[in-house]
Design a protein around this ligand. Sequence first.
Ligand code: CAA
Length: 460
Amino acid sequence: MWPENVGIRAIEAIFPSQFVDQTELEQFDGASAGKYTIGLGQGKMGFCSDREDVNSLCLTVVSRLLERYQIKPQEIGRLEVGTETIIDKSKSVKSVLMQLFADSGNTDIEGIDTTNACYGGTAALFNSINWIESSSWDGRYALAVCADIAVYAKGAARPTGGAGAIAMLVGPNAPLVFERGLRATHMEHAYDFYKPDLSSEYPTVDGKLSIQCYLSALDTCYQLYCKKFAKKYPQEAEFTLDNFEALLFHTPFCKLVQKSVARVVFNDFLQCSIEKRALKYPGLERFNECTLAQTYFDRDVEKAFMTQFADVFEAKTRQSLLLANQVGNMYTPSVYSGLVSLLINTPTERLIGKRIGLFSYGSGLAATMYSMQVTKDTAAFKQLVSKLDYVLPMLNSREKVAPELFSQLMEVREKNNHAAPYTPTGSVSALFPGTYYLQSVDDMHRRTYERKPTIANGVH
Ligand code: CAA
C-alpha cells in the first residue's frame, strides 16, 4: 500500500561541548564592538578540537538516535548522509556508520553520502522520503543524517563558523509530514562559496556574492513554491507568508535570516496588486516600482520591510534561531537545527495541524523551499517534542573557551588536517558523555574511534 503521512518520526541533534563567545571574539579579532553580535546576530560559536571529525559527529548522533528512541538496527533500510566536510575522497561517512549496524548483522542498508555545500542534508532527507514513497521501499525506516564542521580562515568569515550533526528518522505516519507536490527548487552554477583546496578545511568565499546568491535563490524558490501551491490548491486564496505558521531558513548567521523574512514579505508585496497594496502595506508605496533583482543590497527596502514587519519575524522565525545563535552555522544541519529550535521553543498547541515552511540553501548553488504539516495527533507530536528536552540543558552545560585557546585549537586542526599517522591532542574530558571521538589515524590514514561512556540512564 502507498505509505501515507511520510515524514520525520524522530529527530536528534548534537553540537560541540565547547564554544567561544562572540563578544570576546570581536575583541580578540580587533573587530568593532557589536559587529559579530549585533551586525551578524551571533551569540556563541561551537567548535570542535582535533578530537572530533565528521565521522565521529555522525557516529555520535546516529547511535544516540537509535538508543534514545529504541530503534533496532534491523529496522533501518536506508541511511543517507549529507555533508560538505570531506575527509576522504572515496570512502563515505555512511560506510563508517555501518560499524553501528555490524553486531545486528544488518548490512542491507541503501544510501550513501551526498555533497553540495549546506544542501547535502536536504538531498539526503529528500532521498530518504523518496525511497519510502517509491517501489523500492521494503517497509523499513530511513535515516537522514547531516553533519559538518564549519571552519573559516582568520578574517571576516571566521565568526560565521559552527559545527553539529542532526539525524532524522523518516517513515510513514509521522508527526511531521512532508507535503507532496510542494517542493520548489532552484539550482545554478555560481562561485559564491566553494572548497577547491582539498588539502584545507577552509572554503574560498565571495561573501557579498554569497549573500546575493542566497537572497536570489530565496526569491526564486518562494515564487515557485507559491505557484506550486496554487496548482495544488486551486480553490484556495493566493499563497502568502501568512500561510506558514513558521518559516525556517538555512542560517549562515542570524541577521541574514532576519533580512530574509523581510525579503519574503517584499516578495508578497510585489505579488500584490497595486490597489490592494495601500491597504495591506501602508506607507510602502514608494517601493511600488522596485524589482527583486535591483534590491539585494538596497538598504531602504531592507530597512523599511524589516522595521514594518518585525512582528512577522518575531512570530514566524525568531524561535527557530536558538541553535543558530548559540552554536553558529552547522552547514548541512543548519535548517534542521532551526526545526529543533522551533520545536523546543514553541508551545506545542500553537503548531498542531499547522504548516511549517523550510528554505534550504547550499552554495554553488542548490536551494529548495518546501513545507511540512504538523500532525493533528497532539499526543504523537508532544512525544516527539518531549524527546528534545535534553537540548537546552546540554547547551547550557557547554564549556566557554577563551578566543586565544580557540584560535590555537583551530591552528592544530589546520596543521594536522590529513596528517598520518596522527594522534589527536584535544581534550577528551571536555566532550559530552556518549560522544564518539577520534582515537588515532594510522600510517595508512585509517581512523579509529572510541566512545566516552554514557551516563547512567543512557546518554546525556
Ligand atoms: N555594530 C553593529 N553592527 C556592525 C558593526 C558594529 N560595530 N560593525 C559592522 N556591523 C554590521 C554591518 O553593518 C553589517 O550589517 P549590514 O549588512 O546589515 O549592514 C554586518 O555587521 C556585517 O558587517 P560587514 O558586512 O562589514 O561584514 P564582512 O563583510 O566583514 O563579513 C560576511 C560578513 C560576508 C557575511 C562574512 O562573515 C562571510 O563571508 N561569511 C561566510 C559566508 C556566508 O556566511 N555567506 C552567507 C550566504 S552563503 C550561505 O548561506 C552558505 C553558507 O552557509 C556559507
